[in-house]
Write a protein that binds this ligand. Sequence first.
Ligand code: ZN
Length: 239
Amino acid sequence: MKKCEIQSLTKIHSLKLGFTYCYLLECTGGYLLIDTSYPQLYSKFKKKLARLGIAISNIKYLLITHHHDDHAGFASQLMTDTGCTLITHRNAVPPLKQGKSEDTAKYLNRRVQVTMKFFEVFMHGNEWIYPPLTLMGDEIILEGDDKSILPEIGINGVILHTPGHSDTRDSLAVLLSDGRAFVGDLAMNFLWWTGLRHRPLAIGDINSIYGSWQKLCEHGAKVIYPSHGKCFPSAELTA
Ligand SMILES: [Zn+2]
């Protein structure tokens, strides 16, 4: 068994779409998808689903960990095509309706800033926008932690409010009872040369990030599944 694998009841699939890992969790009658990647990767997503033998109509829920474009990119298209139910934090709703990432969060350090300048050129001036979401009123909009929704849809776990990465404080994490935690951008596991040490590239508030790391660990997180980079043991989350 690899160091970050855990025996579990809930079956998951990780889908790498560009720089973003999206996760499919089996739930009652289908799947909960955690995050979407950029809008232009929707067809790649559908191909990966087909390879797994999963019909797109089997995606019943979409949890968006926070409103950034590499997490909500093809959410609008997916919701239209599947009628899946959106789960997100209240603070994510205004930017999701606009289809635009905030531009107020700061890069962690100078090395990250330089790296991201190259990335912006590579993205051809993408202004961190995506097709806006149209909400119909049947979405599940959370104010904070939630312990009932996941069990109601057959997933043994909780949703935790884990602010710090975005200025809007809209970040959510899914923590399964076996200790696997899907954290969006609250922690990362790539670009080590920039000195991230699992911290996100962009920071809303660094103390909130450390506080959310601690909260996850206190609630039993053992393995962190970030949106950027591979899973790693939660013991590596140290300020
Ligand atoms: Zn983000």
